[in-house]
Design a protein around this ligand. Structure first.
Ligand SMILES: [Zn+2]
Length: 412
């Protein structure tokens, strides 16, 4: 083992104090004072590793260890330090802290790479505050969409305002973008956020690819009326329609036993939300994911048919707005091979697995080769204060990341 497990554990423990929620949880929204604090702590460790640090105009924290040939495309590693509002200590944090540990170790070993290495904590990976994720990782590649700066959070603060308050300048995004070909490859370590490794009793997994999410916002409209008087037969109850659609999504996503397809309605708003009024309007989110794009497209068509039929039955109108639609993205073979070789050298039997959750690596995949290392998390629990990865496993992951980095640097 080359990396320093004690230092790594201390970094996790210190980081978990920032935005701490209860005993083991984290609430660290993007572009918040707590994220700024987390950036300051991580920046300190980056500088200790010999890196220079900056926060770019997208709100990304970037640590840079300049290579002896700075004109070469950079090797980038990282993940995110923002969290879900009711999140854990390891999601995203693992990828940033293990990358810092890898560079710290490199510096300690007095290795002077030709290529520049950058460690990034990407802005707003989670996407809940402004209802759109992977902001920083898409931003650096010029992949933002129309109107993203005008999206507001629950308090009515727009992304533009939040960026400005954070010290960023949305009018200077171009200064923070990466030119085509300027990133040699991207490596991201992450907790699995699912139960596969835990069930197989393996600490480390090699990711084959990231399945593509389809995100909708669906709005159903019926007719409000007195809950005590309108007969059941003539109601236009938007919430009943939503309930049937939720169940329809479930049966569509489960029609092939054992397939990795998942469908979720995670948020739902009822108007006017009174016990004495038949719900007139319901807005809810739909999240449909699969590694097989053709199958996901088929399921999407089925769901549209079901929504049409259910709304017809209850005499509701509906609007489906697509918030996000991404195809599955596969990891680079040459990087997967390097990671497998490092695992073998460490006597680790590391299975290959797909990632259901999306990650910053998915955004990077449009600009460069990428690979991901998964670390087992207990019972597959994530996006929950109960999220847990052991320090032994995280140490192992950091070691695999470090050795992979060495190979990548040697290759170039
Ligand atoms: Zn994450």
């Amino acid at each position: 083992m080359t990396i320093n497990p004690i230092r790594l554990q201390e970094h996790f423990e210190q980081m978990s104090e920032i935005g701490k929620l209860g005993e083991t949880g984290t609430n660290r929204p993007t572009l918040s004072p707590t994220e700024k604090q987390a950036f300051e702590l991580a920046s300190m460790w980056m500088r200790e590793a010999g890196m220079t640090t900056r926060i770019d105009h997208f709100g990304n924290l970037i640590g840079r260890l300049e290579g002896t040939q700075p004109e070469l495309p950079v090797v980038m590693m990282g993940s995110h330090l923002d969290s879900q509002p009711y999140g854990g200590r390891f999601d995203g944090v693992a990828g940033v802290l293990c990358a810092i540990e890898a560079v710290t170790t490199l510096t300690e070993q007095v290795i002077k790479p030709q290529r520049t290495i950058e460690v990034v904590s990407f802005a707003d990976e989670e996407g809940w505050r402004f209802n759109k994720g992977l902001f920083g990782s898409r931003g650096i590649l010029g992949r933002l969409e129309e109107g993203e700066l005008d999206r507001a959070d629950k308090e009515g603060i727009t992304r533009r305002q939040a960026l400005t308050d954070f010290g960023c300048d949305p009018d200077k995004f171009h200064e923070s973008q990466y030119a085509a070909g300027s990133i040699h490859c991207f490596l991201e370590l992450h907790i699995e956020q699912g139960p596969v490794l835990d069930l197989a009793n393996k600490p480390i997994g090699v990711v084959s690819g990231i399945s593509g999410p389809l995100w909708w916002t669906v709005k159903l409209r019926g007719m409000a009326g007195h809950a005590g008087s309108v007969p059941m037969a003539i109601r236009q109850d938007a919430l009943v329609g939503a309930a049937e659609i939720i169940l329809a999504l479930r049966s569509i996503a489960t029609q092939i036993a054992g397939a990795p397809t998942v469908g979720t309605v995670g948020a739902l708003n009822v108007f006017p939300a009174s016990r004495n009024i038949i719900p007139e309007e319901v807005t809810f989110t739909v999240d449909l994911r699969d590694i097989d794009l053709a199958r996901r497209n088929r399921y999407e068509a089925e769901l549209r048919e079901q929504i049409e039929a259910i709304c017809h039955k209850h005499r509701l109108t509906y609007i489906i707005s697509e918030d996000w639609n991404s195809e599955p993205r596969y990891c680079a073979d040459w990087l997967r091979e390097i990671i497998h070789n490092q695992c073998t050298a460490l006597n680790l039997d590391a299975p290959e697995l797909m990632s259901g959750p999306f990650h910053d690596a998915m955004a990077l995949s449009y600009a460069t080769d990428y690979a991901m290392i998964f670390v087992r998390c207990k019972d597959g629990i994530s996006h929950n204060p109960l999220e847990f990865a052991s320090y032994e496993d995280l140490t192992m992951g950091a070691e695999v990341l470090y050795r992979t980095l060495l190979e990548v640097l040697r290759d170039s």
